[in-house]
Every structure is written in structure tokens, then in C-alpha cells.
Design a protein around this ligand. Structure first.
Ligand SMILES: [Zn+2]
Ligand SMILES: [Zn+2]
Length: 375
């Protein structure tokens, strides 16, 4: 009989300090219990993979006392944090000042989320000796260097692998111990499918782990972790599906993301607002009255990465409700709920394309149907 996997959820902020004799500095990336698991595994010559999210660093804020994350009242999606101290919804444009205290518990520890990868390596060096050689996997592209690292790890020549999303690649065969050092920022990436993305990541990491899966999180009671620990994958997807049905996200609508990329902030903002007006007008004038409700328009709102390389970005999201199509009834939702989206009928396609063509976007616009994210 194969040994069963031991899954443990650890909140590194509230774990007891006793036992190890070490004193924990504030804001350490790896908790004491996690470090001790790593230390034990090293002594037994086990292979260890440490995951840390690359995306979503310091983008939302969280209350380190109670785990509260401010969300948009319209969209129920985490608000993005922007300097100097503003919270913005990247879907509908809702804005609120950054609160001084946590609205849920009145605590004073509202902080941006996120830690970096080098930090993990430095903490290992600081706390564990002798520390075997470790490798960092950072790249988004799979190149020779990365393939070699995977090979060495699979053959046991390197015992510790620290990586971002690259760890999820099929090239990583297995590890005795998998540590999820940081994943919270991904949960709160202001996107409708963030929770599902995290759940799919964790399912993959669970598959890689042979003996232990340790997950560090400030929000251990979050349903993602509970469903994972209790082996209730189906329930997670059922609940996620209900939420998407209520708030109208794929697979219950088709998304069309219009992105304006403009060199001038003022002109860009005006252009984005003008197009929003135009979309409303076009729908009123060219779409039969009984079908106008099929189009739900959000925005314009500043994109998740609003200013980059001297250009500004705004998104307008069109949620397109099916007229006759029904979502697929696939039982294998483990590949993600978006795999349940139906192919549109000709009538539905024609109607949608009529709107997109009639608003005649200029060269600053990009149109993305079924975008992989709404950021
Ligand atoms: Zn919103
Ligand atoms: Zn709080």
C-alpha cells in the first residue's frame, strides 16, 4: 500500500515560538515549523521542492490579524493596492481610500501581500546548516538551463528546488516534501478565476508531493485549503461554479476584454470613456430590444498594471450572456471551469461581432475574446 500523503496547513504568523529555541524575526518568509520540517527532511536525505508565487506580488492588502482582504462592493473581487494609498477595482473602476485600520477587526496590521524568492534561499542559509546545494527556478520560458535543473533534481543530485510557477511543469516528477511558502497573493489577484487557479496549482503540487505537503498561509480557514485537506475537490468546483453563476463569469458568459494602450494618460482616459459610451449607444441602436440584456459592460477601469513602459492601460470588459447556448455538463471539472464554455451559435456570434465591428476601435485598442485573465 502506498504511504498516504500528509497535508498540513500552517499559519506562520501565529505558530508557537517554543521548542526550537530559535527566535523568529518579524516578517520571516518561512515559519519555524516549516523550517524544522525542511531540516528533518534534509537529515533524511529527502528531496524538497519549495513553491512561491511569482505573480500577484504586493498587489492586494491583507489584515495580518484576521485575514480580511478588502473587496469591491460591486464585483466581489479583491481591490488592488496603489500608491500613495488607494484601493482600486480593476474591473469596474470603484475606488476607496486605503483604510488605516482593518474594517473587520479594527486591527492595525493591514499590509501588502507577498515575499520574494531569493529571500527563501537566504533564510534557509541562515537557519539550516549544513545546507545542501539548492537551485532556483525562476524562468517563464523552459530553456536548457531549466531542463538541466529538473534532471538533476529528478535524479536526486540536487535535493532542494526553490521555484515559482515553473515548479508546476510536468518536468518535475516528484518530491518527498513540497512546501508552499507563499500562495496567498495569488488568491487575491484581482481576477475572477484567482481562487480556481490557486486550487489547480495546489492539486498539481499535491500530485508532486510523495510524503508531505506543507502550505503556509495567513488564511488557513479559507475554503481552498479546507477543500484540499478534506479531499473535496468536487465540492470546491461546485461552489466556484455557483459563485460564477451568481456574479456572471465564465463559463456562464463569454468575456470580451477591450484594452486601450495609450501613451497619454488624459487622452487615453477620455478615449476609454468615449468608447464605453459608444458601446452603450451601439447596443441600444443596433441590437433588438429583447437581446440587449445579453450585453453587460464593465469599466473602463485602469488595468492591473496601469502604467508600464510609458504607456497607460484601461480595460473595458464585456460579459456576453448566451442567448440559446448552454454550458457543457462535463464531469471532469478538474481541468478548470472554463472548459465548460459552449461554442457560440451563429446567431450569438453574429450579434456579438456586430457590436464589436460597429464601435470601430482605433489602433490603440486590443480585443481579446475569452481572455486568460481580466487583468
Ligand atoms: Zn468592481
Ligand atoms: Zn482584521
Amino acid at each position: 500500500m502506498p504511504q498516504s500523503l500528509n497535508i498540513k496547513i500552517i499559519n506562520p504568523r501565529i505558530e508557537p515560538q517554543k521548542g526550537s529555541g530559535r527566535k523568529k524575526p518579524p516578517f520571516q518568509a518561512l515559519g519555524l515549523e516549516t523550517l524544522s520540517v525542511i531540516e528533518q527532511a534534509i537529515k533524511k536525505n529527502k528531496k524538497i521542492a519549495i513553491f512561491i508565487n511569482r505573480r500577484g506580488l504586493a498587489t492586494s492588502i491583507i489584515c495580518q490579524e484576521c485575514g480580511f482582504v478588502p473587496k469591491c462592493p460591486n464585483c466581489d473581487i479583491p481591490l488592488g493596492f496603489h500608491l500613495p494609498a488607494i484601493l482600486i477595482c480593476h474591473h469596474c473602476g470603484y475606488q476607496a481610500p486605503m483604510p488605516n485600520t482593518c474594517p473587520a477587526c479594527q486591527g492595525y496590521r493591514l499590509k501588502p501581500l507577498g515575499i520574494g524568492m531569493q529571500r527563501i534561499g537566504e533564510e534557509l542559509k541562515e537557519f539550516i546548516s549544513p545546507l545542501p546545494q539548492y537551485a532556483l527556478l525562476e524562468g517563464q520560458m523552459l530553456d536548457n538551463k531549466e531542463l538541466k535543473i529538473f534532471d538533476k533534481f529528478n535524479q536526486g543530485k540536487i535535493k532542494i528546488l526553490i521555484g515559482t510557477e515553473a515548479l508546476l511543469r510536468p518536468q518535475l516528477e516528484s518530491a518527498d516534501v513540497v512546501i508552499v511558502a507563499s500562495i496567498d497573493p495569488l488568491i487575491f489577484l484581482p481576477d475572477y478565476n484567482s481562487e480556481e487557479r490557486v486550487f489547480l496549482y495546489l492539486l498539481r503540487l499535491k500530485k508532486i508531493a510523495k510524503e508531505k505537503l506543507i502550505i503556509q498561509t495567513l488564511i488557513p480557514e479559507n475554503k481552498i485549503f479546507q477543500y484540499l485537506v478534506n479531499q473535496e475537490e468536487k465540492k470546491f468546483f461546485e461552489q466556484e461554479k455557483k459563485w460564477r453563476q451568481n456574479y456572471l463569469w465564465p463559463p456562464f458568459v463569454q468575456l470580451i476584454k477591450l484594452t486601450l494602450i495609450h501613451p497619454d494618460e488624459k487622452k487615453g482616459e477620455k478615449e476609454a470613456l468615449d468608447i464605453r459610451d459608444k458601446i452603450d449607444q451601439v447596443i441600444l441602436k443596433t441590437i433588438p430590444k429583447n437581446l440587449q440584456g445579453s450585453f453587460i459592460i464593465l469599466g473602463p477601469a485602469p488595468a492591473f498594471i496601469f502604467k508600464e513602459k510609458k504607456v497607460y492601460r484601461w480595460n473595458i470588459l464585456i460579459k456576453y450572456k448566451y442567448i440559446t447556448s448552454k454550458i457543457l455538463q462535463n464531469t471532469n471539472s478538474l481541468s478548470g471551469l472554463n472548459s465548460l464554455m459552449p461554442l457560440l451559435t451563429k446567431e450569438e456570434l453574429d450579434l456579438r461581432n456586430k457590436v464589436l465591428k460597429t464601435i470601430s476601435l482605433n489602433k490603440y485598442w486590443r480585443v481579446d475574446v475569452d481572455p486568460k485573465d481580466t487583468l
